[in-house]
Design a protein around this ligand. Structure first.
Ligand code: ADP
Ligand code: MG
Length: 212
């Protein structure tokens, strides 16, 4: 679940959106006020892997009333999607400002073992398959190459009104993800998707870890 995957990310110094797990509507509003508006609410269930498909993600909630409403709708949607799904709670998190989206992933290849992947978010990975791979563990040099060798790399160096992305931060995310999957050979898949890449720093918005 995202909440566990992000907790592991924090241990590995991978930047993630601030989050708190709410067990009821009151907690959700309390946490939203603590985190600061706007916030995002998401379903937390071991039985719901693709949260949006289940109507389990509500973004850009700007005030308490919207949080209450979103909390109820998320639970209703989850019930409709799979009435047998175990519901752990609702994750309240800061809303990360839009930016260039990157993806850092890892898969355990049967032949090569833990293998890291890098690409840009959205169509770049899904349709254009513009991604780079390196077998873990990777060096700083490898990480740099993974980023600069995708075809869409110029999008990360700044274009029009978009400032250049903080490459050092993305390199560190790749290196830390490499450490993480090397430390846990039982990880079959790691998916940090998307990560908002900023001029300074980055924020992982969604994280998934699948074990063997
Ligand atoms: P899913 O399980 O469906 O992949 P995500 O957590 O990725 O759920 O949420 C779906 C989409 O909502 C994300 O791809 C992103 O565009 C947006 N989103 C989710 N969380 C945040 C956040 N904290 N800040 C900004 N946008 C977010
Ligand atoms: Mg996602």
């Amino acid at each position: 679940m995202e909440v566990e995957a992000k907790a592991i990310c924090i241990e590995y110094h991978i930047p993630v959106t601030t989050f708190k797990l709410a067990k009821n509507e009151e907690e959700a509003t309390e946490f939203a006020e603590q985190i600061g508006f706007p916030v995002v609410l998401k379903i937390v269930s071991p039985d719901i892997i693709h949260k949006s498909d289940a109507g389990g993600v509500k973004v850009n909630l700007k005030k308490t009333a919207e949080v209450r409403n979103a909390y109820r709708r998320i639970l209703e949607n989850a019930e409709k999607y799979d009435s047998a799904a175990k519901i752990v709670g609702v994750l309240v998190q800061e809303m990360a400002p839009q930016s260039t989206e990157v993806i850092v992933g890892a898969i355990k290849d049967p032949q090569f073992g833990q293998t890291l992947m890098f690409g840009l978010g959205g169509i770049f990975v899904e349709i254009l398959k513009d991604v780079t791979f390196r077998i873990a563990p990777i060096t700083r040099e490898d990480a740099y190459e993974m980023i600069t060798k995708i075809k869409a790399y110029p999008l990360l160096t700044g274009y029009r009104k978009t400032p250049p992305a903080d490459l050092d931060t993305i390199i560190n995310v790749l290196l830390n993800a490499s450490k993480l999957v090397m430390d846990y050979p039982e990880i079959k898949e790691l998916d940090l998707n998307p990560i908002m890449a900023y001029e300074k720093g980055a924020k992982t918005v969604d994280a998934r870890i699948i074990l063997e």
